[in-house]
Design a protein around this ligand. Structure first.
Ligand SMILES: Cc1ncc(COP(=O)(O)O)c(C=O)c1O
Length: 369
């Protein structure tokens, strides 16, 4: 019996007050609304949705995305991919370079179990992947990653990317499938027009590369790009075949400031452990259960209570005064500023329906082995 099953038996139907805190909560109605809204956008095609699992690292949630129409799942790590495949997902893109030999061996094991594609941006890595795949007797799908302006991974657009695609297409053990280019420098721009304009510039770099490759006889079957902030601009850009949006499912405060198309479904539940003064209360959720690189989380639904600071295992709340009742044992829900890095701190999430636990899902794609 998995631990998730134990927790399900223990807490299904119970109110949030009975959960061990800090606990990761997902509001089912909001989650489903987000999944349906994104699925509806892509239902008309021709571009398809390949949601990024880095945002939830949860194969149960990924399966719901596929059931709602997603073509497959994007992953950042081999471990995420392993969890998704074990959970029943059959079409995987690892939108990242796999260079470490240990992870490469695990990647090869996965290649026999699903339609697997991995990003590459250097000939040396392609040759390493080719040697390993040939020795293992498997075929690895390859997307050449193009730097579309983010300045993270990715080879330059145009002739350098096409030359790399030629190498990928020729090496044994590899099957070149197309290109990817993630416009991560654009997805968080608050002004929608500016965000979309910059997204189109990035997609132009990507699709010009696709066109150049076609002139050289290399026809890309997959052209993968896009995030939550750009799902419409990338999703309607001619030549892009799939969009890798991830944050839309659970959302967070940082992305809510960029777009309001999706609702914040994710909260961290804290228990008040102390009320030392009328204007201060302390909760048990700290930096070890919520990330802060995009700012402090915010209190949801407790008027007169604001989060002032976090230490490792403490939340420090400012309370408007003695008239605000907040006593040890009371619960506070916090909206994370960044959902992806917050989820990764928790082994399980509690799916909440009308304030009660409806289900418990393992965050099975987390690191740790
Ligand atoms: C390669 C890649 N694709 C897509 C995304 C989209 O994510 P989001 O939905 O958070 O914009 C990310 C986010 O980090 C990413 O790294």
């Amino acid at each position: 019996v998995s631990k998730a099953e134990d927790l399900r038996q223990q807490f299904a139907g119970k109110p949030r007050e009975l959960l061990p805190t800090p606990a990761l909560l997902v509001d089912e109605r909001r989650l489903m609304g987000n999944l349906q809204k994104m699925a509806a956008f892509f239902a008309a095609g021709p571009t398809r949705l390949r949601p990024h699992a880095k945002s939830h690292k949860c194969s149960t949630l990924a399966r719901l995305q596929v059931e709602a129409g997603a073509i497959g799942i994007t992953c950042a790590t081999v471990q995420e991919a392993e969890a998704m495949v074990a959970g029943g997902v059959r079409d995987i893109l690892i939108a990242n370079q796999v260079v470490n030999d240990y992870w490469l061996q695990r990647l090869l094991t996965l290649a026999g179990k699903c339609d697997l594609k991995v990003a590459a941006d250097a000939e040396k890595n392609l040759r390493q992947l080719s040697r390993a795949a040939s020795a293992a007797g498997v075929e690895l799908g390859i997307l050449v990653e193009v730097n579309v302006g983010m300045g993270r991974c990715g080879i330059d657009a145009g002739p350098p990317a096409c030359a790399l695609a030629t190498v990928a297409a020729q090496l044994p053990g590899l099957r070149w499938r197309g290109f990817m280019g993630y416009e991560g420098h654009v997805v968080g721009i608050h002004d929608r027009q500016e965000r979309f304009a910059q997204c189109r510039q990035a997609m132009t770099l990507l699709t010009q590369t696709v066109d150049l490759a076609r002139e050289q006889g290399l026809v890309a079957e997959i052209v993968s790009a896009g995030g939550t902030g750009t799902y419409e601009a990338a999703g309607r850009f001619p030549g892009v075949t799939e969009v890798q949006a991830g944050s839309y499912a659970l959302m967070d405060l940082a992305y809510r400031r960029v777009l309001t198309d999706f609702e914040c479904a994710l909260t961290v539940l804290a228990t008040v452990i102390s009320r030392p003064t009328p204007d201060r209360a302390i909760g048990d959720a700290g930096l070890k259960s919520m990330s802060t690189e995009f700012g402090l989380p915010e209190v949801a639904g407790n008027p007169g209570v604001a989060l002032r600071d976090l230490s490792e295992e403490h939340s420090i709340f400012s309370v408007a005064g003695a008239h605000v009742t907040l006593a040890p044992g009371d619960k506070v829900e916090l909206l994370p500023s960044h959902g992806c890095t917050t989820v990764a701190l928790h082994p399980y999430l509690y799916l909440m329906r009308d304030g009660r636990v409806h289900d418990v899902w393992a965050v099975d794609g987390r690191g740790g082995g």
